[in-house]
Design a protein around this ligand. Structure first.
Ligand SMILES: Cc1cc2nc3c(=O)[nH]c(=O)nc-3n(C[C@H](O)[C@H](O)[C@H](O)COP(=O)(O)O)c2cc1C
Length: 320
């Protein structure tokens, strides 16, 4: 099985990617959080930093683009090609209201004719590998049939399916039945994404879909960076490795972010997920969330490491 690292805006930029890659199981591909091209400019400095080859040494990275304008996609992809990229990914899954109302991300799935024209233009203009990361539709899984007919007209590098619809956001369960049907009917290679948080989830998935060769993991890694290694048969990392990972992240964020508050914000955000890795973590995570200074944050993390263990049943659990 090939394992891909899902793009996660605000979290899995190059700093996170490098820290992960230097300590945990190397992934077959890492997808960048989306680049949203503006009409006047190709990449802003955050986007440029994220894809610079010197910031992504030793990893196979696929930049993701979020747009519904073929000319913006083409211009951005050509820019990425100048940096050495041969593969790009189109975001057809982002469920956020502001994105969807502009008919981008999952919103583009509701504009089938425009989407087909977009893909025709992009494939005509680019000599690059193009993959799609898609949901099933806006409201119903049935929307995917006609979408797949469109996707089948193009030679995609791969079709990565997160089998939810836009209105699900991250609620409900991924629709495995719809995924199975899509996999059967797709003329392009298919990869699966969605709610693989533990080894048990993975085994359940791979016994239901033995022919699926690629799984993309997202929140499962944020909650347990040892998950890909576990799936590859490696031992679960101990507290030492997790600690080293957090120290490296904090140090690298300190180097690139302008002030302590930004570093603190980044580190605190991670604990929404990482709390799931430790036994009895609630009260520590509460303290972490309340920390106003990095030193308070560090103290809360130290006491968690001192007093708690990695939980037997570690794995992402949505809160609330
Ligand atoms: C905080 C966050 C940011 C995300 N940003 C992106 C993104 O930039 N591009 C994208 O295609 N998907 C994005 N996603 C969706 C994930 O890539 C993935 O499809 C989703 O989390 C389901 O996979 P999982 O259940 O393994 O987490 C994001 C998800 C989260 C939770």
């Amino acid at each position: 099985m090939k394992l891909y690292f899902a793009p996660m805006e605000g979290i899995t930029g190059y700093i996170y990617r490098n820290a992960y890659h230097s300590i945990f199981h190397p992934m077959d591909k890492y997808f960048t959080p989306f680049i949203a091209p503006k009409q006047d400019k190709t990449l802003n400095s955050k986007e440029r930093n994220d894809i610079l080859p010197e910031h992504n040494q030793g990893m196979y990275v696929v930049p993701q683009i979020l747009t519904n304008r073929a000319e913006d996609f083409i211009r951005t992809a050509k820019k990425l090609a100048e940096y050495g990229y041969r593969e790009v990914n189109l975001n057809l899954g982002c469920p956020s209201g502001t994105v969807v109302s502009k008919k981008k991300g999952a919103g583009f799935l509701g504009e089938r004719e425009a989407l087909e024209r977009f893909l025709a233009e992009v494939f005509e203009a680019l000599d690059m590998q193009i993959s799609l990361k898609t949901r099933l539709g806006l409201e119903e899984a049935e929307e995917f049939g006609p979408l797949l007919e469109i996707f089948n007209k193009f030679r995609l590098k791969e079709l990565i399916i997160h089998p939810r619809v836009q209105t699900d956001y991250y609620k409900n369960k991924p629709d495995w039945e719809a995924f199975g049907k899509a996999q059967e009917l797709s003329r392009n290679p298919v990869a699966y994404n969605g709610d693989i948080f533990t080894t048990e989830d993975y085994l359940r998935f791979s016994s239901a879909f033995p022919q699926t060769e690629t799984v993309m993991l997202g929140r499962g890694i944020l909650a347990n960076p040892g998950l890909p290694g576990e799936l590859a048969g490696e031992e679960r990392p101990g507290k030492q490795e997790i600690k080293r990972f957090l120290e490296q992240l904090e140090q690298d964020y300190r180097e690139v972010l302008s002030g302590e508050r930004d570093v603190l914000f980044r580190m605190k955000e991670l604990w929404y997920y990482l709390g799931c890795l430790f036994s009895n973590s609630e009260k520590y995570v509460k303290k972490i969330r309340k920390a106003q200074r990095l030193c308070d944050y560090e103290e809360a993390v130290r006491s968690l490491f001192r007093e708690q263990e990695i939980a037997e049943n570690a794995g992402f659990r949505p809160m609330g």
